[in-house]
Design a protein around this ligand. Structure first.
Ligand code: ATP
Length: 353
């Protein structure tokens, strides 16, 4: 016997969640998670990520709107009838039960015969790389291993949707990378539908098919990691996903779908993204600033830091301050150097002012 996926899509239609009369935790969101995809809810503390996840699980009930899993309207269904499993930040293992008993618990609870539950639980443990650990107590495992047990316990139920609430928060940086790669590999191997909450943008970029960036109870932008990185809709998304330098500019002309912008006499032509002439913001990634360009914006090297594989520079000028990275480790710019900086051809993105 091996574990199967019954992956189903999840849909939110105009879903709002209020706590009391005043707190709007989730404000009228629409969302479609395709079957077999890993979608991350990403955003700063308090933006509504966990509440959204808990509404899929049935641990919170929507105040208005409709939630479907596959063809089923689950909006008013209790958690036990939703066919979803959730992995928590805290693992939530039973300390007095062995690893095997922990993984079997949900199976026997939902009516599986003991032999079948045991065989599935062993399969689940093997899948998360814990073969041979079945007799241990949770306290005899590392944090990363405990979280794998929690993942196995959720997987063996073969839910239509698997939910992760900041599953890596309690792990150190190295383990976090390892466990996130494992979660992604299992999700892809089994074709699971996963909704995953994190406030760590690097984690979201690394594991997701799609990222839902949330802000103030609403969705700021939905896209693949690449789309969000290359074409953020606004300053908030640009800054939240990857580092971005945000500079004030003037759109001096628009021709077709291209715009020419000017900053202190330096001109660059790029996609207009339907923006009209006038003041705007340009976002540019640290690696897309061309430093030491012949033509460009006058800047002074305020700080130069050697970090092994590259140099990191802080540049200042009339525009304010930017952060740049460059692979000129063998001939770095010195602090105090007066340079010019330009934009790489596909580097900058126009944003509303
Ligand atoms: P974090 O990353 O800090 O967990 P989050 O994005 O997951 O944040 P939520 O936990 O969904 O945010 O909370 C959204 C808003 O709803 C916050 O303002 C929070 O204070 C509020 N909230 C959440 N749960 C409750 C509750 N049970 N009662 C009242 N207000 C709540």
């Amino acid at each position: 016997m091996s574990l199967q996926s019954k992956a189903a899509p999840v849909r939110f239609e105009s879903v709002t969640k209020m706590f009391g009369k005043d707190v709007v935790a989730v404000d009228n969101i629409n969302l479609h998670v395709e079957a077999g995809k890993l979608v991350t809810l990403l955003g700063p503390s308090g933006c509504g990520k966990t509440t959204t996840l808990r509404m899929i699980a049935g641990l919170e009930m929507a105040t208005s709107g409709k939630i479907t899993i596959g063809d089923r309207d689950v909006t008013k269904l209790p958690a036990t009838d939703r066919d979803v499993s959730m992995v928590f930040q805290s693992y939530a293992l039973f300390p007095h039960m062995s690893v095997l008993e922990n993984v079997m618990y949900g199976l026997t609870f939902s009516g599986f015969a003991k032999d079948e539950a045991r065989s599935r639980a062993l399969d689940g443990l093997e899948l998360v790389g814990l073969k041979g650990f079945d007799g241990r107590l949770p306290s005899e495992l590392s944090g990363g291993q405990q979280q794998r047990v929690a993942v196995a316990r959720a997987l063996v139920l073969e839910p239509q949707v698997l939910l992760f609430d900041e599953p890596l928060s309690n792990l150190d940086a190295k383990l976090r990378r390892q466990v996130r790669e494992d979660i992604r590999a299992i999700q892809q191997d089994l074709g699971l539908t996963v909704v995953y909450v994190t406030h760590d943008q690097e984690e979201a970029l690394a594991v997701s098919d799609e990222i839902v960036v949330m802000r103030n109870a609403a969705i700021a932008q939905i896209g693949t990691p690449r789309q969000l990185y290359d074409a953020p809709n606004d300053r908030f998304v640009a800054d939240f996903i990857g580092e971005a330098n945000l500079l004030a500019c003037q759109i001096i002309s628009v021709e077709g779908d291209m715009a020419t912008i000017e900053i202190e006499g330096y001109r660059h032509t790029l996609s207009s993204r339907d923006m009209p002439q006038g003041p705007a913001t340009v976002a540019i990634r640290p690696s897309r600033l061309v430093i030491g360009a012949e033509q460009g914006i006058a800047a002074t090297v305020a700080k130069a830091t050697y970090v092994g594989v590259r140099m990191e520079y802080t540049l200042t000028g009339a525009f304010g301050q930017v952060f740049a990275v460059h692979d000129d480790v063998d001939a770095p710019l010195e602090p105090g150097a007066e340079i010019r900086m330009g934009f790489a051809e596909k580097g900058p993105v126009l944003l509303p002012e």
